[in-house]
Design a protein around this ligand. Structure first.
Ligand code: UDP
Ligand code: MG
Length: 315
């Protein structure tokens, strides 16, 4: 009998988890020919999330959990879940029911009958977001597809069902700065995409602000492309050339017409502009250096405070 591991990253989801559990249980009861393990990853929640999960795991032996020592972020939670999973197939779901568990049945059917290693879900334009955010998202995907060799599918969610082979490949990528969408496409494998409309959150609030999304986008670009560094070099060379040509032009003009003082205001403007360009390019190098620094330190991606095994020991 095949086993599916369901990984659920949870950060302050005390209200959503019971609803999620009920919904996924309906799916589990329907799919009689597969066994399930539910892995809740408590990402250092500050509410009662961990108590809710512990109660579930006492009632239901298929419920496992990992609780982090602090908030490490969703990427870390996904990684930890993958490390702990033991199933032949692994699926990633949000606790807020924005990734409908009902779809697992369909995904499982596809992955077991068709020649694919992964069934992924993507959404069409998010209606719940404003025009501004949708516009930014579109620009972002266009930019990253130009900058990076790995293919980022617009609107792709983290929600997916993968084979054990693919999960093992993902676990080989032990980088600290994790960007799952990039990692999923980096490892390759055959992915079939299904489209669905993302429902609203059942409870609680989204943990993503525009600022958090922006830093995440920068992380993605730096993690999967070195093109910005090349751009910095290119801009540097371009401005050297421009200044060389200008110097020659000015020398010749002064020799012919005299008039050495005029042009002071334009000079100041040019200086401001060029220092801006320099700072921008230094900033780009700095971004890569800082990522290299965090990678070189080789710190753990997550730290476990407790798992279901510890709770048995404590009692
Ligand atoms: N999440 C997490 N750690 C965090 C932030 C979020 O584990 O630091 C989880 C959260 O509990 C949820 C999922 O990641 O299950 C998606 O988060 P959210 O619904 O806030 O994101 P959105 O759906 O708005 O993109
Ligand atoms: Mg959500």
């Amino acid at each position: 009998m095949n086993k599916i591991s369901v990984i659920v990253p949870c950060y302050n989801e005390e209200e959503s988890i019971p609803l999620f559990y009920d919904t996924i249980n309906k799916v589990i009861n329907k799919m009689k020919d597969v066994s399930f393990e539910l892995i809740f990853v408590d990402d250092g929640s500050s509410d009662k999330t961990i108590n809710v999960i512990k109660d579930l795991s006492k009632k239901d032996k298929n419920v496992r959990y990992i609780s982090f020592s602090r908030n490490f972020g969703k990427e870390a939670a996904i990684y930890a879940g993958l490390v702990y999973s033991t199933g032949d197939y692994v699926t990633l779901l949000d606790a807020d029911l924005q990734d409908p568990p009902e779809l697992i049945e369909k995904m499982y059917k596809i992955i077991t009958t068709e020649d694919v290693d992964c069934v992924g879900l993507k959404t069409d334009a998010h209606k719940e977001y404003g025009i501004f955010r949708r516009f930014l998202t579109r620009c972002y995907y266009r930019l990253i597809s130009k900058l990076s060799k790995v293919e980022m599918v617009p609107g792709a969610r983290d929600f997916r069902l993968m084979t054990r082979q693919m999960v093992n490949a993902i676990l080989e990528l032990k980088e600290y700065n994790r960007y799952s969408k990039g990692i999923f496409s980096f490892v390759g494998f055959k992915t079939k995409w299904l489209t669905y409309k993302v429902p609203k959150r059942v409870a609680g609030a989204s943990k993503w602000s525009i600022f958090k999304l922006f830093t995440y986008a920068i992380d993605a670009i730096i993690g999967f492309s070195t093109v910005p560094l090349t751009i910095a070099v290119f801009v540097g060379v371009l401005f050297c050339l421009i200044s060389l040509i200008s110097v020659i032009f000015i020398i010749i003009r002064t020799l012919i017409f005299g008039d050495p003082v005029a042009g002071w205001p334009s000079l100041v403007c040019i200086m401001f502009f060029l220092s801006g360009v320099q700072l921008f390019c230094t900033g780009i190098s700095g971004a890569y250096i800082s990522k290299t620094y965090t990678e070189v330190k080789d710190r753990p991606i997550y730290i476990v405070r407790e798992t279901e095994k510890d709770s048995k020991r404590r009692k």
